[in-house]
Ligand binder design. Structure first.
Ligand SMILES: [Zn+2]
Length: 98
């Protein structure tokens, strides 16, 4: 069970999926989302998605990583059509983690 803390709503963006025939394309749209801090292992990284805060520990508390969208499996390897960086929107100071 990951430890996260609600940090208030923030303006952010998401990639919204659209189905066109048999393919899916993504379009960036503005959203207002709850943000959460990862409280595990004195991490303190703040994310604009609950699932990113919950999954922070599994990613080794990395502040940036790449997420693939679309694409498909080629020779057993997932090849995304596009990749975007997932970046923490902030980090709690040490005194807030105690
Ligand atoms: Zn973390």
């Amino acid at each position: 069970m990951s430890s996260i803390k609600y940090m208030g709503h923030v303006d952010t963006a998401m990639m919204e999926p659209h189905v066109s025939g048999e393919s899916v394309y993504y379009e960036q749209v503005d959203i207002n989302n709850p943000s959460y801090a990862c409280m595990a292992a004195s991490c303190g990284l703040i994310w604009d998605r609950r699932h990113l805060a919950e999954g922070c520990e599994a990613k080794g508390h990395a502040s940036t990583w790449w997420q693939g969208y679309g694409g498909g499996i080629v020779n057993g390897i997932y090849k995304p059509a596009k990749s975007y960086p997932r970046t923490a929107i902030g980090k709690l100071s040490k005194d807030k983690l105690l």
